[in-house]
Ligand binder design. Sequence first.
Ligand code: 5GP
Ligand code: MN
Length: 342
Amino acid sequence: MFDSHEIEAVKQLLTNPRKVVLASHKNPDGDTIGAALAMMHYLRQKGHEVIPLVPNDYPAYYRWLPGAEDFIVFDRDVKKLRAALADAEVLFCLDFNSLDRTGNMAPDLEKFSGKKVVIDHHLEPSDEFDHYFSVTDVSSAGELVYEFIVAMDDADRIDKNIALALYTCIMTDTGSFSYNCNHPRTYHIVADLIERGVDAALVHKLVYDTFTENRLRLLGYALSNRLLVWKDLHTAVIYLTKEDLKRYDYQVGDTEGLVNYGLSMQDINLAVLLTEKDNQIRMSFRSKGDFSVNRLARDFFAGGGHKNASGGTSRIGMQNTLDKLKEVLQYFKDELDYTLTL
Ligand code: 5GP
Ligand code: MN
């Protein structure tokens, strides 16, 4: 799984109690939050001083995770965050492959003078790190944190708090075991996490069955008023303007999972969600089968991600972005024309 030299190097690095900071990516999801919290609990058990950092707030439906209140949020508390970074000797980066994925926090991480370790499952990690635990054919970064703890000969330290955090990573990054979920190893790990105290049904409810009324109504509005189906391109697009989001009192996390509704249609192989935030358009791409949304996001919308799930941004306004998307997809018309079969 991992290079034994890298494990040895990190063992050396952590021989004495260290001041450690953990970084999650911008617009944090369950994987980056869970991976950081699992590492936090693990490293604290080992006697290190650990502070988790995040560029902006995580959704309210992750607040129940043990230790979630320990995150320092760059957007809210930049002074405290810089003090933690200045003091730290080791930085672990979780669930991202390049420091620019941490948005406004990136310049501070780039200046960090200690060792940088990356634990991540995205393609093509950048050369900014000192130690790499980068594997792409796994469910999530959380799965790699599990493997990391095992490789450190510390499997016994995986307690209920760590197990809850890691289960959340795997559940959210596989869409509740509906994609990135075909590696038998993932299920062995999940079985172990359940043996260590995770209530899988409860975690699912805490994350997915805690919508506000506004969030549910925004979902209904998006599906009935803001869904475009481009049949000839096998593509479904949902777009939400600033005004739409305001109308339903948008809270961080409210559009999470929305893009998947587009993909739930027969003959649709690509789903796109466009949301207007901070004067730019945030884009989420999902695909079924072979069509690579990583390439689409990377080559045309300043983003990236995985083959079947990626994200990007656009700064040309909603209508122009929709026009550009349709134009770009003309080039992929044939590639998008397939039917999944057994
Ligand atoms: P989401 O659509 O859920 O925001 O992101 C889907 C996947 O694409 C995630 O794995 C995420 O890490 C990746 N991703 C999202 N936005 C970006 C981006 O702007 N740049 C890159 N490189 N990856 C992104
Ligand atoms: Mn992830």
